[in-house]
Design a protein around this ligand. Structure first.
Ligand SMILES: Cc1ncc(C[n+]2csc(CCOP(=O)(O)OP(=O)(O)O)c2C)c(N)n1
Ligand SMILES: [Mg+2]
Length: 562
């Protein structure tokens, strides 16, 4: 038996489902072997950045490890930005690669100190030093990602990979060996301390992060909101959590409307569950400056990472919320009538249904707010929404609804443009039962369009909405704020519908709502990749960017940011 055969057996037994690979002379035997396994499908991608980001998107929506395979040296360097994005998200991604014996730059694909490079972009670099250690290396990698440690690069040197395994091969998958997931129960004294705060809180908010979405704590959050009169808000990544609850005010932070923002800033108590309280959510702490913070997270490192809480509780979300509810009942208090204002629910409901400011009408471009509002009605309800980075996706963050945070994939974790289509294809491969819709700017699309071909080759029924302002919009608006020329950030784009059609997808151009209705017919078929080139009005600037541009200008004038 060759080592690559043993490796294929191990990966298949790990139940990964799919492997995203760019074929090369060092991984091809392994991929051919894997292709023969009945439970593994290889997705042969165009570029390693795509393979690694697809593995990330796949992992985010399936919860399974996402595996990619790239060639030594340039394959790994190509995968770097995607792996770094996965790292910032702590995605369970395993990047398989090989090793060559020399760092010598005269050697083909040599010259890179792969360990140092990989350790800078992934959480771990595991090298298999000899064939007998293969199972141990694979175990280490899967245990690491399955326990939430973030991406791993697993390198099996070429000579080892292609050698004969001189031992009996037996592999037990890590899932069997790892303990079942256990709930961490909170310390009762800290629960009592938290309840002391809640007993007198007048304007409490339950802030839900993505850590909560997997713990089935919906009922406990609703009960806590009922007992304490708290409003419910989410982080950006937990968008869609309990969205229909009458006390849910949506995303906290810069994406909140002015009215909701004003309400949240009056909060005197925040029960933050499964979120980091990072600077984006709390606006550098300013949003909740007046509030006492009760921070609940099962990861001790998350508590106090950004804001020092009044009470920090290490515990599972559901177990901790249950404990809070039980303690509130034991102390028999009901704050419901005494908190916030009497009409808070009707205020929340009217802020949700507030009419948008009138849309801009232009002959050849649609207002991006109108585009998203119309797509919200037209796209299949059971959607998975994946965003790229840039200005345009800000409209998606606050104006497009998602059924649940697990169906919202926000890829700017590392701030990189160009991850949206990649992760979208991976997500669509992982969840064929849902309809994946990718939102990207024209700049982001052009950074990764080669993988539209992958979607076509594998008949992945994905919808890609290019919000096309013919520009690096963020740069345009920041340059304009500085009164600098913008020509370097403007692009005379090709006809994206024609490009998509040439790649084998269905390509459509949208300039108005009528065009959109025609596009919706194609999307509803859900049987083929569809690209919608939406020409958006470039003069509509999202409030978040208006604010960033304002701040940017101030710091530039102060000289702090130059
Ligand atoms: C890899 C990478 N390169 C450059 C940037 C800087 N950058 C941020 S937004 C942006 C413009 C993206 O343009 P587009 O996708 O069209 O989005 P828009 O802002 O126009 O909506 C660029 C180049 C980045 N964030 N990441
Ligand atoms: Mg653009």
């Amino acid at each position: 038996m060759y080592v690559y055969e043993a490796m294929a057996d191990a990966i298949a037994q790990e139940g990964v489902g799919h492997v995203f690979a760019v074929l090369a002379e060092d991984n091809m035997e392994l991929m051919i072997e894997l292709q023969d396994k009945k439970d593994v499908k290889i997705i042969s991608t165009r570029k390693e950045s795509g393979a690694a980001a697809m593995a990330d998107g796949y992992a985010r929506v399936t919860g399974k490890p996402g595996v990619c395979s790239v060639t030594v040296g340039p394959g790994l360097t190509n995968a770097a930005t995607s792996l770094m994005t996965a790292r910032r998200h702590r995605s369970p991604v395993i990047c398989l690669t090989t090793e060559i014996n020399s760092f010598d730059s005269k050697v083909f694909k040599g010259g890179l100190d792969q360990r140092r490079f990989a350790e800078a972009i992934a959480e771990k670099y595991i090298q298999v030093y000899h064939a007998e250690a293969l199972a141990e290396g694979i175990h280490l990698a899967f245990r690491h990602v399955r326990s939430g440690g973030g991406p791993v690069v697993l390198a099996v040197p070429r000579e080892i990979m292609k050698s004969v395994l001189d031992m009996d091969w037996e592999y037990s998958p890590t899932e069997v060996m790892m303990p079942a997931q256990q709930r961490i129960y909170p310390n009762p004294e800290l629960i009592a301390k938290a309840v002391d705060i809640l007993r007198v809180a007048e304007r409490p908010v339950i802030l839900v992060g993505r850590g909560v979405s997997g713990s089935h704590a919906e009922q406990e959050i609703i009960s806590l909101a009922e007992r304490t009169g708290a409003l419910i808000a989410t982080t950006l990544l937990a968008k869609g959590y309990l969205a229909d609850h009458p006390r849910n005010v949506g995303i906290a932070g810069p994406f909140a409307s002015k009215e909701i923002h004003a309400i949240l800033s009056q909060s005197d108590c925040v029960i933050a569950v499964g979120c980091s309280l990072n600077n984006d959510t709390t606006e550098y702490g300013l949003l909740f400056a007046e509030a006492q913070i009760i921070h609940i997270d099962q990861d001790p490192a998350a508590i106090g990472a950004f804001i020092t809480p009044a009470v920090g509780i290490i515990g599972d979300a559901r177990a901790s919320l249950t404990a809070l509810n039980v303690e509130i009942d034991r102390q028999r208090f009901d704050r419901k009538g005494d908190v916030w204002r009497d009409d808070i629910e009707s205020f929340v409901s009217s802020s949700r249904s507030a009419l948008p400011s009138p849309y801009a009408v232009a002959p050849d471009a649609i207002d991006p707010r109108q585009l998203i509002a119309e797509l919200d009605k037209m796209l299949p309800r059971e959607r998975i929404v994946v965003t790229d980075s840039g200005h345009a996706v800000c409209f998606v963050a606050d104006k497009l609804s998602v059924p649940h945070p697990s169906q919202f994939v926000w890829t700017p974790d590392f701030g990189s443009v160009g991850m949206g289509l990649y992760q979208g294809v991976g997500a669509a491969v992982g969840r064929p039962d849902k309809h994946v819709v990718v939102f990207t700017g024209d700049g982001g699309f052009m950074m990764g369009l080669e993988e539209l071909d992958t979607a076509v080759r594998y008949q992945v029924p994905i919808t890609v909405v290019v919000m096309n302002d013919g520009a690096f919009g963020i740069e345009v608006h920041l340059l304009e704020a500085e009164k600098k020329p913008i020509d370097l950030a403007l692009f005379n784009n090709p006809d994206f519908a024609a490009v998509a059609t040439a790649l084998g997808a269905v390509g459509l151009t949208v300039r108005n709502t009528e065009d959109l209705r025609a596009a919706a017919v194609e999307v509803a078929k859900k049987n083929w990749p569809v690209l919608i080139d939406a020409k958006v009005n470039p003069h509509i600037v999202h409030e978040v960017l208006q604010e960033v541009a304002g701040r940017y200008l101030v710091t530039r004038q102060d000289g702090q940011n130059s």
